[in-house]
Design a protein around this ligand. Structure first.
Ligand code: MN
Ligand code: MN
Length: 422
């Protein structure tokens, strides 16, 4: 594990003088002492030599503290309370079945996130997530391995495809679908649902539908005999092992002809698409209804930041942001009205949340690439760049607000960069 965040990062990129009104000698003392956010809210003055206001002689969870250097003791620019913006799948109970597992981060775990909920799922080779449907639309990102997915359209056509790392799928609400692990070791994937209160334990299952219909009705409907019906599952299968399927071509041939000519493409190769934005600091791949028409309610950006790279100061005019952190580590500050601001650290397998239209940045604070998904319950990915806005207005307008002369303003990049190099 990298130790680069062990130092308390109080002076990161901000002038403490402007927040505390103290001289440079006291500044160093204050930085050493490490004020708490509460202390800053009390019109703080310089602390005496040897001040230990932020010392913590009681118990500490050192593992958590080391992963979250800005979370426990925030930078002096933080202020007030914005509600929870962090959770981790590693705090979420796994439901382990023969054939794999699932766990989730929903509005129940992260109450501020009302638009989207996430499920992480593992299926071993050949194992199924049982045929099912649900009230939410389902967007998915393949993290590992390969899977076969299928979905039935109301017009009777079946869409069936194989997906691998970096691939997406989108299944409309109510459309019945399947997921099966392929290859030697199956797959793992993130599911994102456009209902904050979604529960993976509360989906409509094939097994339960047939198990709770009176047998005479089932016979009339299906023409199955009572002895056939006696063989049907009596309880849900949910996740269960099965043999590996035939090749995709063989499965398509078995369905046959026009019945496998679905009018809509429900999978998308996000990992191998050309980046939408690129700079020396990293790249962003945007997938929304403009390039993946099936995804009518979920827009996503797959962001890769090089060490020191930063997702520029921006906000999203049309949605809250739900993040899944895939690898590396970083920090984010979110700024809300009345000067409320919160800085948090994030690590792989964490979920981040940004309230609607709140300004934020994300900085790679690690020594490896930081990769995360930013997701929106919206048909389009939209963001506003602070730099772009400042440079697009008449210079006098910016000068009046920022106390900077027109020449100085030209230092600010004039176009949206998405990612800024360190
Ligand atoms: Mn589903
Ligand atoms: Mn964002």
């Amino acid at each position: 594990m990298s130790d680069q965040n062990e130092e308390k990062p109080f002076l990161d990129g901000v002038s403490r003088r402007s927040f505390l009104g103290v001289g440079s000698a006291a500044l160093a003392t204050v930085a050493m002492a490490g004020l708490t956010a509460n202390a800053q809210q009390r019109d703080d003055t310089a602390k005496a030599e040897g001040d230990n206001s932020s010392s913590d002689p009681g118990p500490e969870n050192r593992v958590l503290l080391k992963q979250n250097p800005h979370t426990n003791t925030p930078p002096p620019t933080d202020h007030g309370e914005i509600g929870p913006v962090w959770y981790s799948f590693d705090l979420s109970r796994k439901r382990v079945e023969e054939g794999g597992w699932t766990h989730q981060v929903t509005q129940r775990e992260l109450p501020t996130s009302k638009d989207l909920a996430g499920v992480n799922m593992r299926l071993t080779s050949g194992s199924f997530r049982e045929l099912h449907w649900h009230t939410a639309n389902e967007w998915a990102f393949m993290e590992y391995g390969t899977a076969r997915v299928s979905v039935l359209n109301p017009d009777g056509t079946m869409f069936i495809d194989d997906v691998g790392p970096g691939d997406l799928w989108f299944f409309p609400a109510g459309y019945p679908h399947s997921i099966q692990g392929l290859g030697k070791d199956g797959c793992q994937f993130l599911l994102v649902f456009d209902e904050g209160n979604f529960s993976e334990d509360n989906t409509f299952l094939l097994s339960e539908f047939v198990a709770h219909i009176p047998p005479d009705i089932l016979t009339k409907n299906s023409r199955l005999s009572p002895s056939d019906i006696a063989k049907l599952p009596k309880e849900q299968l949910y996740i269960f092992p099965a043999d590996l399927p035939q090749s995709l071509a063989a499965d398509k041939a078995a369905i046959g002809g026009s019945r496998v000519q679905a009018p809509q493409q429900y999978t998308f190769k996000m990992g191998s698409m050309a980046p939408t934005f690129t700079s020396a600091g990293g790249e962003v791949r945007v997938v929304d209804s403009s390039n993946f028409p099936a995804s009518t309610t979920v827009a996503a950006g797959l962001v890769r930041l090089k060490p020191g790279g930063m997702r520029e100061l921006h906000w999203h005019p049309n949605a809250t942001e739900w993040q899944f952190w895939l690898s590396g580590k970083g920090r984010m500050t979110i700024v809300m009205p009345e000067g409320r601001a919160r800085t948090m650290d994030f690590n792989a397998n964490d979920v981040g949340f940004v309230p609607a239209v709140a300004g934020h940045y994300i900085e790679n604070t690690g020594t490896e690439d930081l990769v995360f998904l930013e997701m929106f319950k919206a048909p389009r990915f939209l963001d506003i760049s602070l730099n772009n806005w400042i440079r697009r207005m008449p210079p006098e307008m910016a000068t009046s607000h920022l106390n900077l002369d027109a020449e100085t303003l030209k230092k600010i990049p004039s176009e949206k960069q998405a990612v800024i190099a360190g």
